[in-house]
Ligand binder design. Sequence first.
Ligand code: FUB
Length: 352
Amino acid sequence: MKISAIAAAALVSVSTGALAQPTSPPKTYLSQPLVSEIYTADPSGHVFDGKLYIYPSHDIDGPTAEDDLGAHFEMRDYRVLRVDTPGGKTVIGPVALDVKDVPWADRQMWAPDAAFKDGTYYLYFPAKDKAGAFRIGIATSKDPMGPFKANPQPIKGSFSIDPAVFTDTDGKSYMYFGGIWGGQLQRNTSGTYDPNGSKTDLGADDKPALTAKVAAMAPGMTEFAETPRDVVILDENGKPLTGGDHDRRFFEASWMHKHDGKYYFSYSTGDTHFLNYAVGDNPYGPFTYKGHFLLPVDGWTTHHSIVDWQGKTWLLYADTQLSGQTRLRNVKMTELSYNADGTIKLIDPFVK
Ligand code: FUB
């Protein structure tokens, strides 16, 4: 478009003859929503039998006002998505798990993940229990699309949100999890949930930030094999990122993937809206901070996964293109690539 045409489009003439405030030029999105029939977010991608299965949150409209603890994310069930070929149609599965069928859970079925072992698919999901504490539950199925049957209790010793289960090349699996603010990590520092704890973080900007947790999974995939440890993220001087470093510190949305023998821990910075990553030599870390790899999207939050499929690496993420509302998100995917030194090329969710 010529500059004169852009200027004309940006100045809206009203009937009085006065000119309204200039408007921003329309945005061009890097990618389009995978589905528009339902709202989806927090996509965890896995390749099973050559097809890409996506385990997202299923966003719904609800009456609760938005707040900093995410009360407006009132999700009640999960639907699994399946893509058979890159760029092909996305199939939306039936309800895979409903909160009413989870004996211990009360509300807020947030970001899930899935894993496969010995003929069984495992769905890992956070939900609030009857006391308002987030726990991480498990449900199983013989079909990657579900339906899944929930275990009667959450994982023993689990707390907070956003489970991501990574299976290493040696077959050992690890769960990464946690989130601050509404994710309640700061209310679980003593080993039990404190309902009156801080609403945000530790309130100590110069101290090491709260961070994600990691625990090896027991061979049966339904229990932690150990007490969860901190996922330590170090800065360029080998010091843990601090609580006040909102552009870099962990907020939520853990993901682990491996590239060229290195372990890439990626996450969301929440209130500064970046997706960041840090690299380590083993699944426990420590991990050295490397940078942002996705700039802020439309909407307050995004949450992602990174998956190799059909010879390429894909970033799954979400924004609010379809609704314009933080609580009603849509899942997208785009290609992710690396520089020769193993750093991830920065992705802008808008085409400039
Ligand atoms: O979808 C609800 C919560 O919002 C997720 O658990 C977070 O990662 C954020 O996306």
